[in-house]
Design a protein around this ligand. Sequence first.
Ligand code: ADP
Ligand code: MG
Length: 222
Amino acid sequence: MASTVTSAELEAWLRAAAVELAAHADELTALDSAIGDADHGTNMARGFAAVIEKLDAASGGEPTVPALLKSVGMTLVSKVGGASGSLYGTLFLDMAKASPAEDALTLAQAADVVAAGVAGVVGRGHAVVGDKTMIDAWEPAVTALQDAAASGASAADAFAAAAAAAAQGRDATEPLIARKGRASYLGERSAGHIDPGAASTTILLDTLARVTAESASDGKSA
Ligand code: ADP
Ligand code: MG
């Protein structure tokens, strides 16, 4: 079983994520219309469409993992807008900074890279678990990913565990009162709705789990 992640797999993930975010844009925007300003779905779909345009326009061979992640981060910062633009941008830029200049990462390296990206989001947005933000999905996902990496899981199984943990974290945001971001302006009225950023995080991780599982069953590095 493969326990590496290549930049080609990451690129396949980004392409699949763009499709998923576009398919779920209305759903994410509906979540954001309940506790925000009804733009999260369009923000994410627009940002990832721009990421794919840039990938399509790139010439030359496959980029290294950090070059790919940095390019995504810069695109998201400039194209997504809203709080999530700078937060998702920071996630990818800080993942890039933490990534060795290789075209594949071991699963342990990948877990460290994701942890560094999430630490960057926390450094910028100062949210902790329970504040009803994307961090409620990312933090448990990082823990699950690190645990899976330490136990010698395959990349596909590790990302599946991370996605499952993110989904639990997403669902757990529903009863919470938001303490960060636009939703916090609503106070108690923010309770009873799932956080849109935790939902988009779960979409990204679900897609990563699916793409790495497909790549493993293709016998990529059997
Ligand atoms: P905006 O709130 O500016 O309209 P979006 O609607 O695109 O931006 O994104 C909203 C999401 O951003 C929220 O659902 C939440 O998950 C996330 N978010 C907002 N503020 C923070 C923060 N300080 N830390 C982490 N995530 C945050
Ligand atoms: Mg919004």
